[in-house]
Design a protein around this ligand. Sequence first.
Ligand code: SF4
Ligand code: SF4
Length: 56
Amino acid sequence: MIVKEWCMYCGECAGVCPRNLIEVREISLNFNKEECKDCRICVKACPVQALEKGDD
Ligand code: SF4
Ligand code: SF4
């Protein structure tokens, strides 16, 4: 997952992941990539379009 620089670390994406794979830290997001099923619910939930599917 690619996190754009305008991410405000609001935690919205972490709250909607059905597998609870996103950890919001003060200035970073941590994704459990191995467990991610690519459902993109988190991408759609972001109010500022700061998530993009990618290799990171
Ligand atoms: S919902 Fe968007 S702005 Fe909020 S923490 Fe997730 S990526 Fe960042
Ligand atoms: S794509 Fe789906 S499974 Fe992967 S982190 Fe986002 S909400 Fe969770």
